[in-house]
Each structure stands twice: as structure tokens, then as C-alpha cells.
Design a protein around this ligand. Structure first.
Ligand code: MCN
Ligand code: CUN
Length: 789
């Protein structure tokens, strides 16, 4: 990686791998998570959940539960109905039950809540609640959901006559059809991007603390977007007096979010309602199975993917048709105007101008969701489709997939590049990335080795993914969530002695914001990063922002930090001119001080200038040293990557060994290389997860077949190869510090590299596609079917 640091190591600005400040408390067990919060008189909540995917509730009998010592109440949908709290809106403006009054719609759905004086009593109470169900035949197979004889699931919606949620399309349908009709080569595959779960180490939970005397609610919760939650609470509960100034949302330390902590879950609403009614704090913490079985899932896109091109290998057009299984309600976490998120980035890194995409979303009797699990709003699905099809096309015409990519890449001089689906890619150098990845892995030698192995009947595969991401929502003209525009914010206060506190509208869940935001400010002001304390997650103190997801923190709040710091630097310049008795134009800045041009000994350090802002500022100037900025980006940032994976496959067992994996990322200028590397390592592991292990599986009755970590395979260090990483740097031209987001790139880019490698290994036997997760059994079965074993 080549990036010059402008600041000294002692200042620790951009490009320095300083150690994570937050780790001081994490490694000593001093993190403060929601479950660490203990308040006087706190009650505990546990939730009774449905064993059926679709059933009428005939009766809920709480008698035995209420006899258990410590159990104080059993709350049902009928109780909430009295306050009109039994339904809530989803982030996509659909509706969702908080607790059902008559029907359950998926297995593990909340049916009743037990409130008790201890967690154990609450759990005993949960076991003692008797519910009589009348099971009904559920809709599980999304392809049958629109059959005329399928039961209509959302009978709560007046006039609804089918299970269709919405239709979406983008691109030029007629032109695409024409190009396909006349193309020399057309390839087509049906693929499923499986339903998976974020499976963060910390499950979801909250402590709702309503203070009756002061009519004030403090909501401690595992949320990635505290301010948005505060506004939603005020909009929903304003009529009972919980107006926005009476609500404080606090997101303490979070043990992994990955998108799963963006939605509002029924448990939060029930905890607030109970605390409001009884005037005591109520804690609710999910257990692992509840988290895995009931919380928002990710992905679950069935994609019919087609690519058209020439015999020589020029990509001419793509066509993608999606069937999106949203489960019982559309509880996705996408910007309002984008029901499929940023799926329309699926034209990829390639220079062609014709594309058409459409999607239909449907209801089934599965848990709701569609969160953007480390995927920048459906970019994982998009990238899988285009990168698989690029390899499929190369296979069809017998061209090396790397060569095919070189011949089709958007060139670095062609940026800004308008995509056929309406995006303006800001910058990139795809050729340099792939070249670097190929050199690192030794591509040509690997192809030679592969040819020799093939001659011996051995299976070795090389898979490439050269993806383009789209992160940093967003320009407020296009992006909002429930109407709230997606800008973000930073507020910097520098104390008289030159030490600072900075607060942000985002919320780290492990990304290291306490360190990297401090580095951005250190870069701009020359105040050492170690003297800058970063705070997030308390709506009473932090400026309003939309939170951390979709790798947006660096593109939005990171930019806000730089601009707020520049406002302060402008003020420092004025003070320096006053103190040094020169005009502002005669001053020059170097990180940490202003000095007089040509007379570097005449200088004032930033610390001296800040002190003067409180003790000796020019008359007429506002005292103090504070700045705030709300940043509305002019465009998104478009990180990219070139990943290459090498696999060896055991023919007899289908066992897959990932031998090498090289990931070259381009996230523009890098704030902290060590943190970025950590993000990439974690993200790649969450990429190998759906590629080879993870998938939520349901039987015909809607029972989840792998609802615990016994069966749901989260890869550990044992399953992870040695990730080899590197960078290409094309700064974002519109971002104040030239940075692009990186948090999701590896999870987006890795699955197709792995799938492409496995299919490449199997291709001599006529295998052109396998759906992820690609398990040894799937490989073995495919080889058996093709008569290879
Ligand atoms: N960074 C940097 N230089 C860049 C870009 C980023 O040093 N050019 C640093 C940032 O300063 C930040 C980190 O890398 O410390 C990630 O930044 P960014 O890409 O802006 O992403 P966010 O901070 O917005 O994090 C969100 C992203 C998402 S959407 C998911 S999902 C995810 C991810 O981050 N969830 C995570 N990484 C995670 N890492 C942990 N440990 N836990 C999660 O829940
Ligand atoms: Cu794409 S999951 Mo992250 O947005 O929190």
C-alpha cells in the first residue's frame, strides 16, 4: 500500500495504524453492553414464541405462569390492542404485528410476553404459558406463493387478494430485449442467494426505563441508528405524551450489528409499553436461538440471470429477474425509494450500456426481514449475479475469465462513469486491482498447474471477482428512511487546553470509530488523535444522524468530521493572524501549527490558538472553539475490489479446501490501515460464510431446520483460510478526504470468487453453476450426476 502520511506518528492522522482506543476497555472486560445495564427495581421480560409457521390462536392461558413466584404479568396482543400498540410500521412502510391478537404468521413469532422480577422467573413463566393453536397450511415455497390456490396471508390488509408485495424495475427493457435477440452469445442461470442471518455475537436487547414523575423515557438498546429510533418512538407514542424531547435513546457498546440491529423488533415495543404502564425499567435480552430464528434475515433472492455478448467476449447487455422472499412482512432496511436497495449496481465493473432488471417481492410464512447484512443494501446479491455471469460467459466462449474482465473493464480515465441503471461511479482503477491480485497470487503459474492437474483428473479451481460497491447513502435528494434524509453529522468541541471531544450521528458496533474519527480530526487540526475523545450513541448529546450501516460512516460522518475540523482551522487561522499580527494570507499551515510565510520561527501551535480562543480572542470574534457540520454527500462512493480464490476439491468426498485467497481492495484514501485490514479479514470470513456454510433452511411446514449454532454453521478461524490482502487507491473525488467506505466490500466480493473457483474446478464435467452455500455434498452430488465419479 502506498499512502503518504502528512502527520507525524505522534499526531496520528490519516494513514497511521494506531491501535484502537476502544480496545483498552474491550480487552479488559470493561465494555458496557446493554445486558450490563442494571437499574433499581428492574423487571425482566421473556417472550413466548409460536411453534407453528401459520396458525390461529384459540386461547392463551396465563394462569399457571402467573402462579410462578416472581412473575408479575403476561402481556398478549389483546392487552396491547387496548392502547393501539399491537401493530407497528416497518422501515419499508409495511406493517408488522407487535403481538398477535388472532393469527401467528411464522415459526418463532412473538405470541406473548412474560414480565417477572428475575430473568429466571421470566423464563419459567414463559414455559408455563399455555397457548392453544389451530395450525393452518403455510406458504413456504416462494415460487408457489403466487399460485391461484395459495392462501392469501395478509388478510389484515383490506382488499389484498394475493401474496405479492411490490414490483420494481429499472433499465431499458425494449433495448435490452433487442440486444439479447440479436446477440451471438447468451448465457443464463437460475440462482438463489440464500436466506442467512447476521448472527452477531451479542444478540438484540434493551432496557426501557420510563420515569413516570418526569414523563421521560430512556431507551438503552442495541441499535445501529439511535436518532432514527428516537424519532420513530416519538411519532408512534407522541399521542401518549412521549414527544421527542421526552425520549432519550442510548446505544451503549454493541457486540456486532452487521445490519441486524437496524430494524425495530417487537420486543423493544413491548418493553417500552410495559415500562410505560408500570413505571419500572424493563430489560429484554434475546437468547441465541431467538436471535437466529426470529430476527431479520438477510438475502433470500431468487435470480434469473442472463448475459448477452459477442463470440470474442464483449459484454453487451445483462438482464436480471428477482423473486424476493420477504417472509411475513416487508421489514427490510432499505432507503425508502429503493425497495431492492442498491441491487441496480448489478451491471458491475464492465463497460456496457444496456441492462434491464426487475424484482417482485412476495409474502411467505417465514420470519420477516431483508436486512442488508454487510452488503450495502443488496449489493451482495447484485455482485454475485454479475460476477457469476461474467465467469459463465467466459466459460461459454472458452476465454480466460481474467482476460475477459480486462477486455470489458470500465477504464480508469472513463470516470465519472454513468451506469445504465442510473449510478455515477466516482472513481476506480479496476485493471490495476486485478493486475495486482493476479501478480500476488501468481495467476499464470496457477493456470499451468491447473492444466496439469486436469490432465490427471484432479480438481483445482481459480475464481475471480472484480466487483464495484456503492456506499455512503446518501445524497439526500435520493436517500431517506421513513422520510428522514440520509445526511450525517459531526460536532467537535476543543477544550481550552487543546484536548477535544467529538460526537457523531453514527454508531460503531465494532468498526473502531473512536479511533478513526479521532484520526480524521487529528489530520485536519494537528491535535493528536489520543487527545480526541469520540462519543456516539446518546441522542441527548450527539448531533442528529442516521446511524451506521451500508458502510456510510466514513463517506458521511467521516466527511462531516473533516469539514467541521476545517471550520475550526479557519477560526484558528484568524486567531493566529491576530496573535502574530500578520494578515491571514501571510500564514501557512502545517499539521499542528500556523506560521508566517518565510519565517517559520514565528508560529502558533493549534493548542496555543485554542487556548487563545478562550483567553485572548480578537474582540468581535465569537469565543470558544467548537464546530458542527451536517454533511450531505453530493454522490455515493464506489469502492471496488479484485479478489482471487484458489480451491482444491477432493473428487471422492466433494470436500473443498480454499488454498489461497487474495483480496485487493480500493476504498480510496485509508484512515487506519490496520482497522481496514481488520474490517477486510472479518468481512471475508462473512463472505466465505454464505459461500460455503450458512443458509437458513425451512421444511414444508415452515419449521426452521437449523435454528441453533449446532446446525447453523458460522465459520470460525478453523474454517478461514489465510487472507492475503492489499490495496489500490483511487481517492473519491468528491469526498473531503478522498475516502470511500470499506466495511462491506469483502462480504460483497468474496462469495462469487469462491463460487467461481469451485465451478471452475468442476467445469470440465459440464457443471456451469452451483448455488451457494456450496457444500461437499452438493459438489459430490453434481459430480455423480455428471458421471464424473
Ligand atoms: N476506514 C478507514 N479508511 C477508509 C474507510 C474506512 O480507515 N477508507 C475505517 C473507518 O474509519 C471505520 C471502518 O474502517 O473505522 C469502517 O468504516 P466504513 O467502511 O465507513 O463503515 P461503517 O463504519 O459505516 O461500518 C458499517 C459496516 C457495515 S454496514 C457492517 S454491516 C459491518 C461493518 O461495517 N458491521 C460490523 N463492519 C463491522 N465490523 C464489526 N467489528 N462489527 C460490525 O457489526
Ligand atoms: Cu449492509 S448491513 Mo450494515 O448496512 O449494517
Amino acid at each position: 500500500m502506498t499512502q503518504q502520511c502528512k502527520t507525524s506518528k505522534a499526531i496520528g492522522g490519516m494513514g497511521h495504524s494506531i491501535k484502537r482506543k476502544e480496545d483498552v476497555r474491550f480487552v479488559q472486560g470493561k465494555g458496557n453492553y446493554v445486558d450490563d445495564i442494571k437499574l433499581d427495581g428492574m423487571l425482566y421480560m421473556d417472550i413466548v414464541r409460536s411453534p407453528y409457521a401459520y396458525a390461529k390462536i384459540k386461547k392463551i392461558d396465563a394462569e399457571a405462569a402467573l402462579k410462578i413466584p416472581g412473575v408479575v404479568a403476561v402481556v398478549t396482543g389483546k392487552d396491547l390492542e387496548q392502547y393501539n400498540l399491537h401493530w407497528m410500521p416497518t422501515l419499508m412502510s409495511d406493517t408488522q404485528m407487535v403481538l398477535p391478537t388472532d393469527t401467528v404468521m411464522y415459526q418463532a413469532q412473538e405470541v406473548a410476553a412474560v414480565i417477572a422480577t428475575s430473568r429466571y422467573a421470566a423464563r419459567d413463566g414463559r414455559e408455563a404459558v399455555r397457548v392453544d393453536y389451530e395450525p393452518m397450511k403455510p406458504v413456504i415455497d416462494p415460487f408457489k406463493a403466487l399460485d391461484p390456490d395459495a392462501p392469501v396471508l395478509r388478510t389484515d390488509k383490506p382488499g389484498k387478494t394475493d401474496n405479492h408485495i411490490w414490483h420494481w424495475e429499472v433499465g431499458d427493457k425494449a433495448k435490452t430485449e433487442e440486444v439479447f435477440a440479436n446477440a451471438e452469445v447468451v448465457v443464463k442461470e437460475q440462482m438463489h442467494i440464500p436466506r442467512i442471518h447476521v448472527a452477531s455475537i451479542e444478540t438484540c436487547g434493551c432496557v426501557a426505563d420510563y420515569d413516570k414523575v418526569n414523563n421521560h423515557l430512556t431507551m438503552y438498546m442495541t441499535t445501529q441508528a439511535p436518532h432514527a429510533i428516537r424519532t420513530v418512538i416519538a411519532l408512534v407514542a407522541g399521542h401518549v405524551g412521549l414527544t421527542e424531547e421526552k425520549v432519550r435513546v442510548v446505544a451503549p457498546d454493541i457486540g456486532g450489528g452487521f445490519g441486524g440491529k437496524v430494524p425495530v423488533y417487537p420486543g423493544y415495543v413491548i418493553a417500552i409499553a410495559v415500562s410505560f404502564l408500570v413505571g419500572k425499567p424493563v430489560k429484554w435480552i434475546e437468547d441465541r436461538s431467538e436471535n437466529l430464528q426470529a430476527d431479520s434475515f438477510a438475502r433470500d433472492y431468487h435470480i434469473t440471470a442472463e448475459m448477452a455478448g459477442t463470440k470474442e467476449g464483449k459484454i453487451l447487455a445483462t438482464r436480471f429477474k428477482v423473486l424476493a422472499d420477504h417472509g411475513y412482512t416487508d421489514a427490510s432496511a432499505n432507503p425508502s425509494k429503493f425497495p431492492t436497495g442498491m441491487f441496480s449496481i448489478a451491471t458491475g465493473s464492465y463497460d456496457y450500456h444496456t441492462a434491464y432488471m426487475e424484482a417482485d417481492a412476495i409474502y411467505t410464512n417465514k420470519p420477516p426481514g431483508g436486512v442488508a447484512y454487510r452488503c450495502s443494501f443488496r449489493v451482495t446479491e447484485a455482485v454475485h449475479a454479475i460476477e457469476r455471469m461474467t465467469d459463465r460467459f467466459a466459460l461459454e466462449i472458452g476465454k480466460d475469465p481474467a482476460q475477459l474482465r480486462f477486455e470489458n473493464f470500465i477504464k480508469k480515465e472513463d470516470f465519472p462513469w454513468p451506469s445504465p441503471t442510473g449510478w455515477i461511479y466516482d472513481s476506480g482503477d479496476y485493471e490495476a486491482g486485478l493486475r495486482k491480485a493476479m501478480d500476488a497470487i501468481g495467476y499464470d503459474e496457477l493456470r499451468k498447474e491447473q492444466a496439469e492437474k486436469r490432465a490427471n483428473g484432479e480438481l483445482m479451481g481459480i475464481g475471480i471477482s472484480t466487483f464495484t460497491e456503492v456506499v455512503g447513502a446518501g445524497p439526500s435528494k435520493d436517500f431517506d428512511i421513513l422520510g428522514i434524509k440520509m445526511f450525517d453529522s459531526a460536532e467537535i468541541r476543543v477544550h481550552p487546553t487543546g484536548k477535544a471531544i467529538a460526537r457523531f450521528g453514527t454508531k460503531s458496533q465494532g468498526q473502531g470509530h473512536e479511533t478513526t474519527y479521532a484520526q480524521i480530526i487529528a489530520e485536519e487540526l494537528g491535535i493528536p488523535a489520543e487527545n480526541i475523545q469520540v462519543e456516539e450513541g446518546d441522542t441527548d448529546t450527539a448531533p442528529y444522524g442516521l446511524g451506521t450501516y451500508a458502510s456510510r460512516s466514513t463517506p458521511t460522518a467521516g466527511a462531516a468530521a473533516a469539514i467541521a475540523a476545517r471550520k475550526l482551522r479557519d477560526k484558528a487561522r484568524k486567531i493566529a493572524a491576530y496573535l502574530l499580527e500578520v494578515s491571514e494570507d501571510d500564514l501557512e499551515w502545517e499539521p499542528g501549527k500556523f506560521f508566517v510565510k518565510g519565517a517559520p520561527e514565528k508560529a502558533k501551535t493549534i493548542q496555543e490558538l485554542v487556548f487563545a480562543a478562550y483567553t485572548n480572542h480578537p474582540q468581535g470574534m465569537e469565543a470558544g472553539f467548537e464546530a458542527t457540520h451536517y454533511y450531505d454527500p453530493p454522490n455515493l462512493t464506489f469502492p471496488s475490489g479484485a479478489y482471487i480464490c484458489v480451491v482444491d476439491i477432493d473428487k471422492e468426498t466433494g470436500g473443498i479446501n480454499v488454498r489461497r485467497f487474495v483480496a485487493i481492495d480500493d476504498c480510496g484514501n485509508i484512515i487506519n490501515p490496520m482497522i481496514v485490514q481488520g474490517q477486510v479479514h472479518g468481512g471475508l470470513t462473512q463472505g466465505i460464510a454464505p459461500a460455503m456454510y450458512e443458509s437458513l433452511v425451512y421444511d414444508e411446514a415452515g419449521n426452521i431446520l437449523n435454528g441453533t449454532f449446532m446446525d447453523y454453521l458460522v465459520p470460525t478461524a478453523v474454517e478461514s483460510p489465510n487472507w492475503e490482502t492489499g490495496h489500490v487507491i483511487t481517492p473519491s473525488p468528491h469526498h473531503p478526504i478522498g475516502a470511500k467506505g470499506v466495511g462491506e466490500s469483502p462480504t460483497v466480493g468474496a462469495p462469487p470468487a469462491i463460487a467461481n473457483a469451485i465451478v471452475d474446478a468442476l467445469s470440465p464435467y459440464g457443471i456451469t453453476h452451483l448455488d451457494i452455500p456450496i457444500t461437499p455434498y452438493k459438489v459430490w452430488k453434481a459430480l455423480k450426476e455428471k458421471g464424473a465419479i
